[in-house]
Design a protein around this ligand. Structure first.
Ligand SMILES: *[C@@H]1O[C@H](CO)[C@@H](O)[C@H](O)[C@H]1NC(C)=O
Ligand SMILES: *[C@@H]1O[C@H](CO)[C@@H](O)[C@H](O)[C@H]1NC(C)=O
Length: 274
């Protein structure tokens, strides 16, 4: 129950966390995201923060552990932070368990005075652990320094450009929230469906007009040759209503078959029933 509540709260919080409205007093000042202070805690926890500079509206962190993060991938750890913590903007993860030698690949994103800034290709290696509430022992820095990317689009251009960037910033942010929310919905639906073994792995084909002793070969051929999916089917049987029912190994495979069949069986005599 606790876990469930937690998820709901996260969803709601997620919806709120975008740069809300475009204010129209633009004061573009050159800003470069400073190198973050990164602290790993033992036995668990991570904090990534940058100092506050007037005008910062949002700070976002995307990170993956021991997995390179390219410019567009979504990190395993990610969050948009809309409220600062004292004089810093901080991403905090109290559950992640890091080991010495782990590498955190990360990307930062800041919205300041309605303009978006990115710091890409950050990398931090856990060399020691910080004590909670003791800033002093912070083990600064990434091994190769991340290269901050200047907001090239904006600094020397007029307000149309700024508006477009702000527009894009908001759209990206909105889309990110939407993706996060869809992923979560998807996970919830999958969990629900998996509780019903018949629903989650059974499919049926309509239009298979062969002798029953050939069903196995035909169904397997439809999956492999017509759909191009190397999935094994099992428990093939003809039902009273003429449908040929069969099972696949997992919900993911069932979903893939349905997805592919939508186009590849469209002009055939077979119809997938699910
Ligand atoms: C904390 O880290 C774990 C492990 O990477 C991740 O699954 C979780 O989503 C993170 N939490 C937040 C708030 O980013
Ligand atoms: C911002 O985007 C909306 C559509 O999402 C568009 O109608 C509007 O004209 C855009 N504004 C600017 C300044 O580009």
């Amino acid at each position: 129950m606790a876990a469930f509540c937690c998820k709901v709260v996260l969803l709601i919080a997620g919806f709120g966390s975008c740069v809300q409205s475009a204010t129209h007093n633009y004061r573009p000042l050159r800003y470069t995201i400073p190198r973050p202070l990164i602290q790993a805690f033992s036995p668990q926890g991570l904090e990534v923060s940058i100092p506050h500079t007037p005008g910062i509206q949002l700070f976002a962190f995307h990170g993956s552990i021991n997995k390179f993060l390219d410019g567009t991938e979504i990190g395993d750890m990610r969050k948009h932070v809309l409220e600062r913590d004292g004089e810093r903007w901080a991403y905090k993860n109290s559950t992640v368990k890091l080991r010495l030698g782990d590498k955190i690949y990360y990307r930062l994103y800041v919205v300041k005075d309605n303009l978006g800034y990115r710091l890409q290709h950050g990398m931090f290696e856990v060399k020691d652990f910080s004590l909670p509430d003791k800033e002093s022992s912070a083990p600064e820095e990434a091994v190769p320094a991340p290269t901050p990317q200047p907001p090239t689009l904006c600094s020397r251009t007029g307000s149309i450009c700024e508006k477009v960037v702000l527009n894009l910033t908001q759209r990206v942010c909105d889309l990110q929230q939407e993706i996060d929310s869809l992923r979560e919905t998807n996970d919830i639906l999958k969990d629900m469906v998996k509780k019903h073994p018949t629903t989650s792995t059974t499919l049926a084909l309509d239009g298979v007009k062969v002798q029953d002793d050939e069903l196995g070969v035909i169904v397997q051929a439809i999956i492999e040759d017509k759909l191009g999916l190397p999935f094994k089917v099992d428990n093939i049987q003809r039902k009273r209503n003429g449908l040929v029912q069969f099972e696949v190994e997992s919900l993911e495979k069932k979903l893939e078959i349905i997805r592919v069949a939508k186009t590849k069986l469209r002009h055939s005599n077979f119809r997938l029933v699910y």
